[in-house]
Design a protein around this ligand. Structure first.
Ligand SMILES: [Ca+2]
Length: 232
């Protein structure tokens, strides 16, 4: 029993590490959005208390932005999450960037994120993916398989790895939750990929979506990028 527990813990540690990154040329990117489980390890190690936790809860849109009491990365919808593999949300741009630094990386630039999301760059991708080809959707030739507001198994966010793998083997570059990028426009920061709240049109590369850097909501998460010389 004890041995099984230790093995499970070791596998969990591996799951959070380098194997879950995909190389895109000289840098790499998380295969999935950062999860509650991953952010929990960071919070336990650093004692970080997020703005949503300090200020009483994050935001949801319902005829305008509404603050939802108790909605934080720990409890994205105000109740214990169904899975610790759900994306970590209700985080400001700075909070997401701080997590990435702690993990040995940084937030991707929009140019990097878009390259990873739409252009297949694995040396030997499995069928039907074609190295060097750019696709209209992060999911490939169609938006099918992503977690949008359309008919799919997920009424709200989906746990990491449950949607169909897309370009470069990445999950949820299209939809599930918006993802913070490094790019700034005054006090705003760019978010990419759309979310479960929107239809698939927000998954396209030319969408311009910017939010105040200090904003946090149930629809916004992130993933990290890693420079080759910063890999652990
Ligand atoms: Ca996403």
């Amino acid at each position: 029993m004890k041995r099984a527990l230790i093995l499970a813990l070791l596998l969990g540690a591996v799951g959070a590490g380098a194997q879950e990154r995909v190389a895109i040329g000289a840098w790499s990117i998380d295969r999935t959005e950062v999860t509650i489980a991953q952010f929990a390890r960071y919070a336990a190690a650093t004692g970080v208390l997020t703005e949503a936790e300090r200020e009483g809860g994050g935001f949801e849109y319902e005829a305008g932005w509404q603050r939802r009491a108790g909605w934080t990365w720990r409890t994205p919808d105000g109740v214990p999450p169904a899975s610790a593999q759900l994306p970590a949300v209700h985080l400001t741009h700075a909070e997401a960037a701080a997590y990435c630094r702690w993990a040995g990386g940084r937030l991707p630039t929009a140019a990097e994120w878009l390259s990873a999301a739409y252009t297949e760059q694995r040396s030997a991708p499995p069928a039907p993916w074609v190295r060097g080809r750019s696709y209209p959707w992060p999911t490939g030739d169609s938006p099918a398989g992503a977690n949008t507001r359309g008919p799919d198994p997920w009424p709200r966010a989906a746990p990491a790895g449950q949607t169909r793998a897309g370009v470069n083997g990445l999950h949820d570059m299209g939809a599930n939750v918006w993802e913070w990028a490094a790019d700034a426009r005054g006090g705003e920061r760019r978010t990419l990929g759309g979310s479960w709240w929107y239809g698939p049109e927000q998954m396209q590369a030319d969408v311009q979506a910017w939010k105040p850097a200090g904003f946090y909501a149930v629809y916004i998460g992130f993933r990290c990028a890693y420079d080759a010389d910063a890999r652990p």
